[in-house]
Design a protein around this ligand. Structure first.
Ligand code: ADP
Ligand code: MG
Length: 399
């Protein structure tokens, strides 16, 4: 789960992290109210969307010459104008895709006198099972570009979570950022605060870009992106409340209501599978047969008729779907029960695309019989390879 910049900053402030003052706003009036509480005379109006690259972004409605989603404003009038221009318009950045994202929230924050921009992030390094702290003196720019062309400018420090954050980790961060004197001390302290927040809150990723050194030698977090391990959200009710569903894919929200693991993808073959491993294998074999999956969907081990119906509805609500492949292994759940669920669901949702079903496991013969005698145009498949071949063939034929 992702949250907005202003929410992440509020969370980090609780850990003592240096953050410029700021206020979220949903209207032009609120933006002005927020600005009036700040010292001025330099304010920054920032679009709050779940995507980065806002500064270099463009608004669909305003054309390529207008300013982006992070605007320095040197008066209250400028705050008002900028807020008015941004709210309700669509911001397109390198991370939003061509469709862009509508800006419904702003963050009005103190303008900072920047001396240097650095990069710092924390993430779970799955290969080592440790927390990776990634730092670079080249912040503010496109960090992917730095990683690609000058990888020596990026330092990775890994922290064993069993051992926790040690003073030498802090020194390594300050050294990598080439900081001296008090700034060096500030960096050590900041690294520890960020690590503590990261572990405490079960983050998946915490990125500070830029982390800035101000002209009066303060280290401040100017921008931050935070994402959380959804499986751990039950431990953090306050974080879970920060979810902004208007920023998420409506189909993924619907899926989570039915406890279905669904991720939208770019292809045209909808998949309904039980078990994440089987779902991965199903997507692979669709690709092997020259097509692309429209989604990842794991209905879970205890899939019943209601879940299967909900899954069908979600898959079919995606206009890109040209065919559906159901691949279910009946272990705990018997194949005949699953077949009944599929038939009932297919009737209920008024199936309009080819459907190939591969069942395996307990009572598979009974299950296949139910599919065959259902009167529905369901194509039965014997194994995974056969199923993939059949659905790709059916979709090509229908096109
Ligand atoms: P994004 O990464 O989405 O483009 P940022 O918050 O990183 O958005 O802002 C882009 C740039 O705008 C920063 O690299 C920084 O130079 C400038 N900026 C952002 N916030 C402030 C601020 N409070 N004061 C001064 N400059 C800022
Ligand atoms: Mg940024």
């Amino acid at each position: 789960m992702n949250i907005h910049e202003y929410q992440a900053k509020e969370l980090l402030a609780k850990y003592g992290v240096g953050i410029p003052a700021g206020y979220p706003a949903l209207t032009v009036e609120e933006a002005l109210e927020g600005a009036k509480k700040l010292p001025g005379p330099l304010y920054v109006v920032k679009a709050q969307i779940h995507a980065g690259g806002r500064g270099k972004g463009t608004f669909k409605e305003l054309g390529p010459d207008a300013k982006g989603g992070v605007r320095l404003s040197d008066s209250l009038e400028a705050v008002e104008t900028n807020a008015r221009e941004m709210l309700g318009n669509t911001l397109v950045t390198v991370q939003t895709g061509d469709a862009g994202k509508e800006v419904n929230r702003l963050y009005i924050t103190d303008g900072v006198d920047i001396a240097e921009e650095y990069y710092l992030s924390l993430l779970v390094d799955r290969a080592s099972g440790e927390v990776a702290l990634i730092v670079s003196t080249e912040g503010g720019m496109d960090i992917e570009e730095v990683a690609h062309s000058t990888p020596e400018k990026i330092t990775t420090i890994t922290i064993d979570p069993a051992q926790g954050f040690m003073p030498h980790h802090g020194r390594a961060v300050a050294f990598a950022l080439k900081l001296k004197g008090d700034l060096n001390k500030q960096a050590q302290k900041l690294a520890k605060q960020l690590y503590t927040a990261f572990v405490d809150l079960d983050c998946e990723m915490l990125e500070i870009n830029p982390l800035v050194e101000t002209k009066d030698e303060q280290l401040l977090v100017l921008d931050t992106k935070m994402s959380f391990d959804s499986n751990a959200l039950y431990r953090h009710k306050d974080v879970a409340e920060l979810r902004d569903e208007s920023e998420e894919d409506p189909m993924e929200i619907e899926a989570s209501k039915h406890d279905l693991a669904y991720i939208k993808l770019d292809g045209d073959i909808g998949c309904m599978v039980n078990g994440a491993g089987l779902a991965m294998a199903t997507m692979d074999i669709i690709k092997l047969n020259g097509a692309f999956p429209a989604n990842f969907l794991d209905v879970g081990g205890g899939a019943n008729k209601e879940k299967v119906t909900a899954a069908f509805k979600i898959i079919l609500s995606d206009p890109a779907v040209k065919g559906i492949l159901v691949n279910i292994f009946g272990g705990i759940m018997r194949c005949d029960i699953i077949a009944e669920g599929i038939v009932a669901a297919a009737k209920e949702v008024d199936l309009s695309v080819p459907l190939v079903v591969r069942l395996e496991g307990t009572n598979v013969e009974k299950g296949k019989e139910i599919l065959e005698t259902s009167g529905l145009p369901i194509v039965s498949a014997d194994d995974l390879g056969d199923a993939a071949k059949k659905i790709v063939g059916e979709v090509k034929q229908a096109a």
